[in-house]
Design a protein around this ligand. Structure first.
Ligand SMILES: *[C@@H]1O[C@H](CO)[C@@H](O)[C@H](O)[C@H]1NC(C)=O
Length: 355
């Protein structure tokens, strides 16, 4: 009860962030004054797709917990705004101005700034016990456009997800983007007729590419971003993209692929990552990120990110447990790998709870 009460209190404290002309929330909120603002670097005062698009699961659950529909209304309005906007080539730009309600720069990414928006469309449908058909349609429309415009195959036969900048492709894939393998596989059995196997295979291809990005380093943990141009494949070419900060997305994808296919290679690949973490990241006080995954010398960054415990180790634990631990039919992992139950949190359920 204490945590339920605190969760709802926090939700209420966040509501002023939605006081914008469009209802698209600010990125930042002064908790004392209730005044919102956006990141100074974000295109023309825009809010960020992966931020305002990654509230849906938690806010729907808050309405369920509290019996107060306000939280659900706020996130359903975000969806309405997005549905009413024209999307370039069917794609969702990373930037949306909350004052004008119009897109900012036409940059599209399944990695940083975009990633968890797509994840939450799929998981909104799953968490609603597959009753939220609007989320399902938005998800499959979005990934179809992504496949057409962003997904490419290298000359060496590796499938990757590029970044889209105003119609031009940057042939770079971020470590963050590796989560999409698991996402494609998780959604596969809801795919439009005849596409289930296709999306499962697409998930497997992304998993294989991300494994290659790990396997082509010295420490067998992957870089922050890897490229497919200038004769390289799945390798970081810039010094400032060679770091590994204990990120979870690759083992996350292995976990979903394992659960959904039981192909033993996913446990093998995950164990390679476990051994690499033990060999190269373990230090006296815990685990450290690395500045250069290609270097033969130690390159600790001396930081243990909070997502290492919340996500990286949790996904590994689930991957090496039996399927009846946290079955995917009953639990949804939010974007930080915290668990939410699958429930019918539609209007009716909220009403019932209220009584
Ligand atoms: C991983 O790299 C090693 C060499 O470092 C190579 O022998 C092996 O075939 C690679 N595995 C895969 C699956 O590419």
């Amino acid at each position: 009860q204490i945590f339920r009460k605190k969760a709802v209190e926090l939700g209420v404290k966040l509501l002023p962030a939605f006081h914008t002309p469009s209802g698209i929330p600010w990125a930042l909120l002064n908790m004392k004054s209730g005044i919102g603002s956006n990141w100074p670097w974000a295109s023309g005062g825009s809010s960020i797709l992966a931020e305002f698009g990654t509230l849906h699961l938690e806010f729907m659950h808050l309405s369920y917990l509290s019996g107060n529909p306000i939280f659900a209304e706020k996130v359903m309005n975000i969806r309405t705004v997005l549905n009413n906007l024209e999307k370039p080539q069917g794609l969702y730009p990373n930037y949306l101005n909350p004052s004008s309600g119009q897109w900012g720069q036409h940059h599209v990414s399944v990695g940083g700034l975009g990633d968890s928006f797509y994840e939450y469309l799929l998981k909104a449908w799953l968490m609603s016990d597959k009753t939220d058909l609007e989320a399902k349609k938005m998800y499959f429309d979005a990934i179809q456009a992504i496949e057409t415009h962003l997904i490419r195959r290298s000359s060496g036969g590796l499938t990757y997800i590029a970044e889209w900048k105003g119609g031009l492709l940057e042939h770079k894939m971020g470590h963050l983007t590796c989560f999409a393998g698991g996402m494609f596989a998780l959604g596969a059995d809801g795919a439009p007729a005849g596409l289930a196997q296709h999306y499962l295979e697409l998930g497997a291809e992304i998993a294989r590419t991300c494994h290659e990005s790990y396997n082509r380093t010295y420490v067998k943990l992957g870089p922050e971003a890897f490229r497919f141009d200038g004769g390289v494949e799945a390798i970081a070419t810039r010094q400032n993209e060679k770091y590994y900060i204990l990120r979870p997305e690759v083992v996350e994808t292995y976990m979903y692929m394992w659960r959904l296919t039981h192909d033993p290679k996913y446990r093998k690949w995950a164990w390679e990552a476990v051994e690499a973490l033990e060999s190269y990241c373990k230090v006296n006080g815990g685990y450290s990120g690395l500045r250069d995954v290609y270097a033969r010398h130690e390159s600790y960054d001396d930081v243990q990110q909070s997502f290492f415990l919340a996500e990286t180790l949790k996904y590994l634990y689930v991957l090496f447990s039996d399927d009846d631990l946290l079955p995917l039919e009953h639990w949804v992992f939010n974007t930080e790998a915290h668990l939410l139950p699958v429930l019918r949190t539609d209007k009716k359920a909220v009403e019932v709870k209220k009584k």
